[in-house]
Design a protein around this ligand. Structure first.
Ligand code: ADP
Ligand code: TRP
Length: 325
């Protein structure tokens, strides 16, 4: 069973990325043969500065390793290191109906806001399908927002198989736990696009300041409050111990506390929770050769798998390189 997923390097990772996706990927590395990649070709549809894209790609690799992605268990690589995926994208594109892509939300949303979309964004789901099919992936863990893209991938695989024979393995989505939806500092869903994030590895002092500015309601201090519906409590419960979480919940129900105290407790709990990853990050960042080695080894393993699939697909559709048999 091969598990595969990709994550775009479009900025520094935040708590939403970690609790909503990354920690669940890391759990899965222990169950199955896992491939994880940094989707820099997808990020190119939004990040146009070459140095920034290089830096985000590198940071993503270091962050994932620091957070516990273990190269002994999982294959970690950068998407563009596997050129076979781009060729496979073309083979799939030639059989992709325009209408299928016109219905995909990234493109549709941009159009509906009156913005002009480029062909990269339009074809984004086909590149994603090639990412999945190139490694004979069985299970693709993704957030619910990516489900439509997995459906496109399955459609394209089925029609290619129908046309040319049984070439592609049919993948399945594994929807990540959506109860892990993490609120941002304003109480809305945490997202880069809302500018309300707590980054995983930001300077602790800067993070403490951000936490102290988290918006709260203005109900009187003595009122009893329902913890589960408060975003400050929700954030606290992600990074606190079970005992501290229960104590905090009791405090909310009892009332008579100030949000300032909760914020201080949150800042401290966050520092403790991420301290081991922060230390590991420093070690990885100080060893660029080790990072290169992991990504190089990962790319070699992934490339071997992708070459086999591309060979199968190109033989089936009549574009196999002369002399490649
Ligand atoms: P952003 O909204 O900041 O641009 P992305 O869309 O790059 O984040 O998210 C990458 C992954 O992280 C996705 O799988 C998504 O489901 C998950 N994720 C992002 N924000 C949150 C959040 N606030 N709560 C839970 N999961 C999230
Ligand atoms: N599009 C995905 C996202 O934005 C990232 C991604 C690219 C991906 N290729 C993939 C995820 C293949 C799973 C499988 O989150």
């Amino acid at each position: 069973m091969r598990v595969l997923s990709g994550i775009q390097p479009t900025g520094r990772f935040h708590w939403g990325n970690y609790f909503g996706a990354i920690n669940q990927y890391i759990e899965l590395q222990h169950e199955d043969a896992a491939f994880y990649f940094i989707a820099n070709l997808h990020a190119l549809t939004t990040v146009r500065d070459p140095e920034v894209l290089q830096q985000y790609t590198r940071d993503a690799a270091i962050d994932l390793l620091a957070l516990g992605l273990d190269p002994e268990h999982a294959v970690l690589f950068v998407q563009s290191d596997i050129p076979e995926v781009s060729e496979l994208t073309w083979l799939l594109l030639t059989g992709t109906p325009m209408g299928l892509l016109e219905r995909c939300h990234a493109y549709k949303d941009k159009k509906s806001r009156g913005l002009s979309a480029d062909a990269g964004l339009f074809n984004y789901p086909v590149l994603m399908a090639a990412d999945i099919l190139a490694y004979d992936s069985d299970t693709v863990p993704v957030g619910a927002d990516q489900l439509q893209h997995i459906e496109v991938c399955r459609d394209l695989a089925a029609s290619f198989n129908h046309q040319y024979g049984d070439i592609f393995q049919m993948p399945k989505a594994k929807i990540l736990d959506s109860s892990a939806k993490v609120p941002g500092v304003d109480g809305e869903k945490m997202s880069k696009s809302y500018n309300n994030t707590l980054e995983l590895f930001e300077d602790p002092k800067a993070q403490r300041k951000k936490i102290m500015r988290i918006t709260t309601d203005s109900r009187p201090m003595e009122d009893s409050k329902e913890p589960e519906s408060d975003h400050l409590y929700q954030l606290f419960s992600l990074v606190s111990t079970d005992a501290a979480r229960e104590e905090m919940a009791a405090l909310y129900r009892q009332g008579g506390f100030g949000y300032g105290e909760v914020k201080k407790a949150l800042a401290e709990a966050a520092e403790n929770y991420f301290a081991p990853a922060r230390a590991a990050r420093e070690e990885w960042a100080a060893a660029p050769d080790r990072v290169d080695q992991v990504l190089g080894d990962g790319a070699a393993v992934a490339r071997k798998a992708a070459k086999e699939v591309l060979q199968r697909a190109s033989e089936a559709c009549g574009t196999a390189r002369s002399g490649s048999k």
